[in-house]
Design a protein around this ligand. Structure first.
Ligand SMILES: [Zn+2]
Ligand SMILES: [Zn+2]
Length: 292
């Protein structure tokens, strides 16, 4: 049987760097208030440019979980490796899943041993999952050659037992990496070389970072979760239910949207459905996302 979501694997050049998107799961027709408490389907449906790629004509939204494989001239970098299979998570739609992500990753031409670096924009369950897989009852590293990058603030937050799913994410997806000696602590503005640079984009979680890519005359931005859906370009005030500090997240969204528009960056929206690659353009007092 064919894999319907595999058709969503896309690859985009940023001058000498190639970014390939591998989708884990997409859900459509979601009532927007489930993720954005201040939103409503009626308010979403006012932004007609969202239809059909990002919302349906009733104002219900799509959201995707996907990983990004960034190939520089010398390295393969995985960014935000999704939820993973068989993870024990409180979120029912993420718990104990068996998605064909790995089959898609390999179908896109990658192998675990190709990966040199893993970047985490933050340590929510849907950004660290494939760092480990279950082998003979133990969670073991997937990318056994890779350096896995963490910010100190993100790890400190993960170890706080107050967070949703934190204990399970730590035990199943992060501690095995630390124990294997595959972790590196990095600054929130770390220069990763070859035009790859982290930038602090706090608010969604402490220590949250986004990834800028500069290659020749092109600039790209892998967002992470400073926003979740293109509608937040039009309404940056709408917080996501998981935002740790909603006010800081709002300020970060406006700052990053401004920078992305200013630099004419190719934006890879981490949770954007269907057509996640495009540009941010100013639109009245806010912005709009124009997919490629
Ligand atoms: Zn998140
Ligand atoms: Zn996320």
């Amino acid at each position: 049987m064919s894999d319907p979501v595999s058709t969503l694997q896309t690859s985009r050049a940023v001058a000498d760097v190639r970014v390939t998107i591998v989708v884990e799961n997409q859900t459509d027709h979601i009532p927007p208030e489930l993720f954005f408490p201040d939103a409503s389907a009626e308010a979403v449906s006012r932004h007609k440019w969202l239809v059909p790629d990002f919302a349906d004509d009733k104002g219900r939204i799509g959201l995707t979980v996907q990983a990004f494989v960034v190939e520089t001239p010398t390295r393969t970098v995985v960014v935000d490796p999704c939820v993973g299979n068989g993870k024990t998570l409180e979120m029912p739609f993420w718990n104990e899943q068996q998605w064909p992500f790995w089959e898609r990753f390999e179908a896109a031409g990658f192998a675990a041993d190709d990966v040199d670096v893993v970047v985490h924009t933050h340590l929510h369950a849907d950004h660290v999952g494939w760092d480990t897989r279950l082998v003979d009852g133990s969670w073991v590293p997937t990318f056994t050659r890779a350096r896995h990058l963490y910010t100190e603030a993100a790890l400190t937050w993960l170890r706080d037992p107050g967070g949703y799913d934190n204990a399970n994410v730590l035990a199943q997806s992060v501690q095995p990496i630390l124990d294997a000696g595959l972790a590196d602590m990095v600054d929130e503005g770390a220069d990763l070389g070859e035009g790859l640079r982290l930038a602090p984009s706090n608010g969604h979680t402490p220590g949250h970072v986004s990834l800028w890519i500069e290659s020749a005359d092109q600039t790209a931005l892998l967002t992470g979760d400073f926003f979740h859906h293109p509608v937040q370009c039009a309404v940056p005030e709408w917080a996501e239910f998981g935002d740790f500090d909603p006010d800081e997240a709002r300020a970060t969204r406006r700052r990053m949207l401004h920078e992305a528009a200013e630099f004419g960056a190719i934006v890879f929206g981490t949770h954007f459905p269907t057509r996640p690659v495009g540009r941010i353009v100013a639109d009245n007092d806010a912005w709009r996302f124009i997919p490629d």
